[in-house]
Design a protein around this ligand. Structure first.
Ligand SMILES: [Fe+2]
Length: 217
């Protein structure tokens, strides 16, 4: 079994007040900071998840940095579509984990509660996600309020970001159950995600341009 290096740095501040006063951009999750002896499959899965989570963080940072800068009605309309697509991506990622990836991990490890802590984190940010989502889908260029988006995003990020960080060490810790099996489960999960991408593009954009690719992770 191949050996590679990867150490997820949780980079998580558990004090909500301190989290709120950190830099305006959410730091990306590091992929390789320390030597670890792990199978290539576990490294692969943790890296893929790390990259997927960083895409979510990059979108949140873009919304956070631009939400008060857009003022022209046409720009606001376009920006709202970007925000809605980012929320769809966020929802799809977590829903598919709950529906497939987490249960499949519980199944192959024989530990039915192994992903419970991560699942509880999903539930913890659901309320703030819903508030942000409702605002972004109800807003129009006429009533759009960038300050409101910023506040809703901050409330959401406080709950979400620790979860995005914490899930990586959870995956790394699956080494003891056998990396190969985790690799098989993740490949199956990947296939399921890719097979749903077309439907998601259709749902968001009835007539997408031919080369448009919507990242569904
Ligand atoms: Fe995830």
């Amino acid at each position: 079994m191949g050996r590679q290096t990867l150490q997820a740095n949780p980079n998580t501040n558990r004090d909500p007040n301190k989290r709120r006063t950190q830099s305006p951009s959410i730091p990306l999750i590091p992929q390789e900071t320390k030597q670890l002896q792990l199978s290539k499959e576990v490294i692969w899965v943790a890296t893929e998840m790390c990259l997927a989570h960083n895409v979510l963080i990059l979108n949140l940072n873009a919304i956070y940095l631009q939400c008060e800068q857009v003022t022209q009605p046409k720009d606001v309309a376009d920006f709202l579509i970007f925000c809605q697509a980012s929320i769809e991506e966020m929802r799809t990622h977590h829903e598919m984990e709950e529906k497939s990836f987490f249960p499949w991990i519980a199944e192959y490890t024989g530990e039915k509660d192994i992903m419970t802590a991560n699942l509880e984190q999903h539930h913890a940010f659901e309320g703030a996600l819903k508030k942000l989502e409702e605002y972004l889908y109800a807003a129009t260029p006429k009533v759009y309020d960038g300050k409101r988006v910023k506040k809703l995003l901050e409330d959401f990020a406080v709950e979400l970001v620790p979860h995005l960080n914490d899930e990586i060490p959870t995956l790394l810790a699956l080494e003891k159950y056998g990396g190969k099996q985790l690799g098989v489960v993740y490949e199956r999960f990947n296939k399921q995600i890719l097979s749903s991408v077309k439907n998601k593009v259709r749902a968001l954009l009835p007539n997408p341009p031919p080369l448009l690719i919507f990242c569904n992770l």
